[in-house]
Design a protein around this ligand. Structure first.
Ligand code: C5P
Length: 207
């Protein structure tokens, strides 16, 4: 790798392997990794803790100090991790992620994080389509339903409903960017997926 900035977008369904793959790819490239799902999980946690409605969530969210570190969130200076993966937080996510005002607030945080990092691997649902349309390369990970459910036994088949909400919502729905490279990870290990991504990134003729 030369020292040109590199911003890789990794979008796709829940359980398609985005986080594991993105973390490892970032490690191989020596750049930071941003899991944007943590912002949405922090918003859902704020909603659960304060009891605010979705209509009031963007304002409530803006009143907190929000940070993301790997798969952990930092809420008002306190690290939260397990709570972000709880079923009560997961249950609020479809409503939370469909709110355009909250998405606008999170978009600012995401872009600020990437601008400060310079190079990064950024994982989410709308990174290649909305948050960082100029990212290169863009990957879109998919996997068969049964495989995705088996990778998240604690959430089980509820994960499929969450995906459906992500794909069907009006605000920044989950979809592959036109220029995204689609990888089906059903029968691939993390190493293999990352290897394939590195081949794209390191191929001559780009930049
Ligand atoms: O990636 P993770 O499963 O932690 O994301 C949690 C939820 O946050 C997703 O189901 C989706 O509704 C929302 N999300 C989003 N846009 C992103 C990242 C996550 O809408 N860029």
């Amino acid at each position: 790798m030369d020292n040109q900035q590199l911003v890789v977008a990794v979008d796709g369904q829940a359980g398609a392997g985005k986080s594991s793959v993105s973390r490892r790819l970032a490690g191989e490239l020596g750049v930071p990794f941003l899991n944007t799902g943590v912002f949405f999980r922090l918003a859902a946690l704020i909603m659960a803790r304060t009891g605010c409605t979705v209509d009031g969530l963007a304002v409530e969210f803006a009143a907190h100090e929000i940070g993301v570190d790997g798969d952990s969130g930092i809420l008002d200076g306190v690290r939260v991790e397990e709570e972000l993966r709880s079923l009560s937080v997961a249950g609020l996510l479809p409503k939370v992620a469909a709110d355009p005002q909250l998405r606008a607030a999170i978009l600012v945080l995401e872009r600020r994080w990437v601008a400060a990092a310079g190079s990064a691997v950024v994982e989410g649902r709308d990174i290649g389509t909305v948050v960082l349309p100029d990212a290169w390369p863009k990957f879109y990970l998919v996997a068969r339903d049964d495989v995705r459910v088996s990778r998240r036994p604690e959430e089980g088949r509820k994960l499929l409903a969450r995906d459906r909400h992500d794909m069907e919502r009006e605000a920044a729905p989950l979809q592959a960017a036109e220029d995204a490279i689609v990888i089906d990870t059903s029968d691939m290990g993390v190493r293999e997926v990352v290897k394939r991504m590195l081949l794209v990134i390191e191929a001559p003729g780009r930049g």
